[in-house]
Each structure stands twice: as structure tokens, then as C-alpha cells.
Design a protein around this ligand. Structure first.
Ligand code: AMP
Ligand code: MG
Length: 344
């Protein structure tokens, strides 16, 4: 398949491809999405195929208005309404009871459907022009870092999708916060730019899935996608607690994995081929092939996935990510970094 590169002025073409059952990548404020008509089961199956996505990992439906929600959700509960009023358009995905006409493939057979209204003019305009809600998982091959630039999408999906709408690099750089409101108490399944704390200001009893124990009943709440290998560059990802990693800690050869629970040995012989990303610079700059010092946790979140891809292009073997405090966007950022560093 030849992949057309479209400009943001060619949304009529993009919408026509979607109407014909094709799949088109487009920018949102979080990461690039791979869009298809959410009411077309065969278009949905093309998404799973192009991404190599496991069929038990459901998709997020993107809408431009409340009429779009009504097409896929069974009902809009008071909590849903509160969250939509507070955070939409924006990076909050709400898991709601699923409407009768929603394809099984979209929801991976679950009785629920995940819905979001993006805060991005191109994304909203494409949904409006398509005239249907769009399923739009992150536009990357499954298991790879999400695409945050059109070039990254092209790198993963060229020849596998009908078109890519070539917009700007994404503003946030991490995927949306996912909250399940179909169970009590409501539960944040995936952390993102909308923090647990900011949701608690509107829904006081909301909890985070990683704060719950792992009984069977609780495990059911877990976002199916969080079970899968995710966000991984080819390079091995290590987590460092301090900028002195590579000097002081080099001597005893240990760094923390960021959770303070376990300590991992620094692999032998890596200095020639390692990269650093963090909020401060490592102390011996000459030990690093490339160094990225971010201005803020927000900046760190915005560039993380494209940095992962850059070091893969450079053939670097190890990337060391500096820990940030687990607050605000830092929680989502550390979640992605920990997943990227996990063995499975
Ligand atoms: P992606 O679109 O690639 O960012 O991934 C979508 C995320 O939303 C994955 O973690 C999915 O498991 C999660 N998700 C989608 N639909 C549901 C649902 N009905 N219930 C729980 N999680 C969902
Ligand atoms: Mg994804």
C-alpha cells in the first residue's frame, strides 16, 4: 500500500479515505492517532493489522461533540457529564458503558467503551468532516514508543496505512489519562497529563489502579493495554536517581530503578554508547554520546518518545532516564519510563 502524505489543508481528502473504510494517521494534542471510522468493523480490523496490536487491547473512540458520545456510549452518567464539562476537549479518556451498536472488535469484547474529545483543531476538524466518531489508537507499531511527530509515524507505518496528516509535533507527547467510571469507586487506569489530583477536585473518591491491591476483582479494572509490552525503544532503558550517575555511582556500579525497591547493576562497558535524558546534566559529559537536558517535567514528557527514536536511529545501546518527582505530569512520565525499562 502506498501511504499518502497529506498537509493539514487536505482534511477533505483524509475524511474521504476514512469514509471509504481506510485508515489515516493524524495529530492530536497527546500523540499522533491512527484513525478509522468507529462504526466500520472492517476499518477497525485494519487498525489492529497495521499496528500489530493484540486483539485484546481495545481502542479509544475520538469524538468532536456530545452527539458522537451518544453514538457509542449506552448512557452519559452524571459523573461522565462532570468530567466532560471539566476536562473536554482535552487529554482525558473516559471508559463508559458501551452502546449496543458498537463493534466487538473495537472494545475487545468488553462491556465498556473508552471515549475522548481531543483538544486539537486538526483532529476535531477531521472527526467533524468524517461525520462519524473515529477510533484512534496511538500511531505506532504495537510495543514501540508512540508517534509524536509525523516523521515518527512514517517511520513505523509507511506502507501500512492509507495516509498521514502531517501536522506539528504533538504538544503533550504522552497518551491521555484513562479513567474507568463504570465501577465504584472510579479508577484511573492510565496516568496522563490530567493528574489524579485534578480529577479528585471534581470526583472526590477517584482512585488510581496502582494504589489498589491485586485481587481478581481489582485486576479486572486494569486497562487491558497496560498488560502489554509498551513504549519500548530498541536501546535498553535504565533509570537513574541522580545526575552523578556515571561518576560516583559508576564506582559501585549501581543505580536505582526509580522505585527505590530494587537496585540494578550498571551494565559493563557501556560508556561509548549511552544517552542521557533528564532535568539536569550528568556530571561527566564526556561519558555520554548524547545528552538531553529538559527545561521542565512537561518538556521531558513532550520529547521522551522522539528521543527514544532518535537514539535508536543513532544505534545507541543504553539510555539512562533521570527520575522526576511522581507529581503532576511526572507520574505519567515515570509510568512510561518504568514500562520502557521493564523486561516484559
Ligand atoms: P492507545 O490508544 O494505544 O493509547 O491505548 C488505549 C488505551 O486505552 C489502552 O491502554 C487500552 O487498554 C485502554 N482502553 C481502551 N478501551 C478500554 C476499555 N473499554 N476499558 C478499559 N481500558 C480501555
Ligand atoms: Mg498506544
Amino acid at each position: 500500500m502506498e501511504t499518502s502524505l497529506l498537509s493539514i489543508d487536505q482534511l477533505a481528502d483524509a475524511a474521504a479515505i476514512i469514509a471509504a473504510g481506510g485508515i489515516v494517521a493524524f495529530p492530536t494534542e497527546t500523540v499522533y492517532g491512527l484513525g478509522a471510522d468507529a462504526t466500520n468493523a472492517s476499518a477497525i480490523s485494519k487498525i489492529f493489522l497495521a499496528k500489530g496490536r493484540p486483539s485484546d487491547n481495545p481502542l479509544i473512540v475520538h469524538v468532536a461533540d456530545l452527539a458522537g458520545v451518544a453514538r457509542v456510549a449506552k448512557e452519559i452518567t452524571p459523573i461522565a457529564k462532570t468530567l466532560m464539562d471539566a476536562f473536554w476537549p482535552g487529554p482525558l479518556t473516559i471508559v463508559m458503558p458501551r452502546g449496543d451498536s458498537v463493534a466487538d472488535e473495537l472494545c475487545a469484547g468488553l462491556p465498556t467503551v473508552a471515549i475522548r474529545m481531543p483538544k486539537h483543531l486538526v483532529a476535531l476538524e477531521l472527526i467533524r468532516r468524517s461525520g462519524v466518531p473515529l477510533v484512534a489508537p496511538s500511531a505506532n507499531r504495537s510495543g514501540r514508543p508512540s508517534g509524536t511527530t509525523w516523521e515518527a509515524v512514517h517511520e513505523d507505518l509507511s506502507g501500512l496505512v492509507d495516509a498521514i496528516v502531517c501536522g506539528e509535533p504533538t504538544e503533550l507527547g504522552l497518551e491521555s489519562t484513562v479513567i474507568d467510571i463504570t465501577q465504584s469507586p472510579p479508577c484511573v487506569l492510565r496516568h496522563g497529563a490530567i493528574s489524579l489530583k485534578s480529577i479528585q477536585a471534581f470526583v472526590s473518591d477517584v482512585v488510581s489502579v496502582d494504589e489498589l491491591d491485586s485481587s481478581d476483582q481489582v485486576r479486572k479494572r486494569k486497562s487491558p493495554g497496560t498488560r502489554h509490552r509498551h513504549y519500548q525503544p530498541k536501546a535498553q532503558v535504565l533509570i537513574a536517581n541522580s545526575p552523578s550517575f556515571g561518576t560516583d555511582t559508576f564506582e559501585d556500579g549501581s543505580i536505582s530503578d526509580g522505585t527505590s525497591k530494587s537496585v540494578v547493576e550498571e551494565p559493563v562497558g557501556i560508556p561509548a554508547s549511552r544517552a542521557w535524558i533528564g532535568l539536569s546534566s550528568p556530571s561527566r559529559r564526556e561519558d555520554w554520546r548524547i545528552i538531553r537536558v529538559c527545561e521542565s517535567p512537561e518538556d521531558y514528557a513532550r520529547v521522551l518518545f522522539s528521543y527514544f527514536r532518535e537514539i535508536d536511529r543513532l544505534g545507541i545501546d543504553f539510555i539512562v532516564c533521570q527520575v522526576v518527582p511522581d507529581a503532576g505530569i511526572g507520574r505519567a512520565l515515570m509510568d512510561r519510563i518504568r514500562r520502557a525499562s521493564a523486561d516484559e
